[in-house]
Ligand binder design. Sequence first.
Ligand code: THU
Length: 143
Amino acid sequence: MILNETIIEAYEKGLKAQSYSYSPYSNFKVGAALKVKGHDEIFVGCNVENASYGATICAERNAVWSSVAKLGKQELEFLIVITNTADPSIPCALCLQVLSEFNDGDLPIYLANQDGVKNLVYLNELLPRPFSSIPKEREVKNE
Ligand code: THU
């Protein structure tokens, strides 16, 4: 995969955010970096865990919250997810649902680890049917 400069710059920023991951319970360190359309800034996030496990927040959602806090609701351009694992990981279903609210579905999601960016997937292949999207083509007709 050939990466452009923007992706490489975002990966470096996401890697730094990953180094701040607060994950003493899982040791699964996640960093995320995203760009919204029409703005140059890269927004980052890391996972932040809590002794009350359910209070944990994922890196991807932290990055989304950060962009919304700065610019309001914007269309996402791309997301990079960095994990400290040999095989990179896709975002969890909760994060996919959140991402779907800020993108029409063609969002490129780059999957990375400490060694670099490894895969490219798209939001609509990971979550073809977000909550509240009705499959019109499979409507049931009640005669
Ligand atoms: N985690 C993320 O940051 N992103 C995901 O998409 C899945 C999981 C975090 C939450 C928790 O801190 C740790 O990874 C293990 O689930």
